[in-house]
Design a binder for this molecule. Structure first.
Ligand code: CP
Length: 302
């Protein structure tokens, strides 16, 4: 994995996912391993973030590397008209690795084609969020003891949810049975469903969350991605379509966990937070260990 960019979850093999998860376990046991002293990592967030940016920056600091970058494009020379390509070419001269997020699908791939250092995609529009996917895999394995032969519900905005796309593709390597819950207008794109079909995996489609919740090991909730809609009225029609309330959890499997990449808006009632099924804040914590593992491997330090 040394010097290998991560733009789409399809860039890495199943064996590489498992290697990252195994190393993340080591970082969870001992997070402060200053193996990257002398390295500099850029954190370029052209689109807002809380978890991805801060967990990457925490990971970089815990590895002993330095972080440079911006969280607000208003403070970069993009405001003077500089292109993203020129920004990436320039920042490549200063650092050993670039972590970036952009609102345009394909931006991270383009960056990887012009950069002289590896790129990690922290989310590109509604396309992919591969590092979220790795921490989701880690969270699933940690809570279920395995990634194999699980029933997983993907709920909410399956059309625009980049975390959903990456996770559906990755889990199709593990003989998953998928339960796809969304309004009609937010179904999983055929370009993603293709990975499920190619492997002849079982999948079921629903519009109501209560039809899937009792059947699954993992209930992966997602926010309706308001910022991706061209017409706000279309968003208004679907924004309340898949909402999880504690009352829906009465007959779920005892080992079932609710995951969510966060941020949440209203799709998980806060009355779920105090149930034994809620795992979304621990999931966010796992992001630090997984990102430490990924950075260490790409920098050739492990
Ligand atoms: N899960 C996630 O990508 O969250 P942020 O948008 O806060 O980074």
């Amino acid at each position: 994995m040394k010097n290998k960019s991560l733009i789409s979850i399809t860039d890495y093999s199943k064996e590489e996912y498992l290697r990252i998860l195994s190393l993340a376990e080591e970082f969870e046991k001992e997070p402060n391993q200053r193996i990257a002293e002398g390295k500099v990592v850029a954190s370029l967030f052209f689109e807002p973030s809380t978890r991805t940016r801060l967990s990457f920056e925490s990971a970089i600091n815990r590895l002993g590397a330095k972080v440079v970058g911006f969280a607000d494009t208003n403070t970069s020379s993009g405001t003077k008209g500089e292109s993203m390509v020129d920004t990436i070419k320039t920042v490549s001269c200063y650092v050993d690795l670039i972590v970036m997020r952009h609102s345009l699908e394909g931006a991270a791939r383009l960056a990887s084609e012009v950069a002289s250092v590896p790129i990690i995609n922290g989310g590109d529009g509604s396309n992919q969020h591969p590092t979220q996917c790795l921490l989701d895999l880690y969270s699933i394995k940690k809570t279920q003891g395995t990634l194999d032969n699980l029933d997983i519900a993907l709920v909410g905005d399956l059309k625009y949810g980049r975390t959903i796309h990456s996770l559906a593709i990755a889990m199709s390597n593990f003989n998953t049975t998928f339960h796809l819950v969304s309004p009609e207008s937010l179904k999983l794109p055929s370009s993603v469903k293709m990975y499920i079909k190619e492997r002849n995996l079982k999948y079921y489609q629903y519009t109501e969350i209560q039809d899937a919740v009792d059947k699954v090991d993992i209930l992966y909730m997602s926010r309706v991605q308001r910022e991706r809609f061209l017409d706000i009225q279309d968003y208004e029609k679907v924004k309340n379509s898949c909402i999880l309330d504690k009352s829906l959890l009465a007959n779920v499997k005892s080992s079932m966990k609710v995951l969510h990449p966060l941020p949440r808006v209203n799709e998980i009632n806060i009355n779920v937070d105090s149930t034994p099924y809620a795992y979304y804040f621990q999931q966010a914590k796992n992001g630090v260990f997984v990102r430490q593992a990924l950075i260490a491997l790409i920098l050739g330090l492990k």
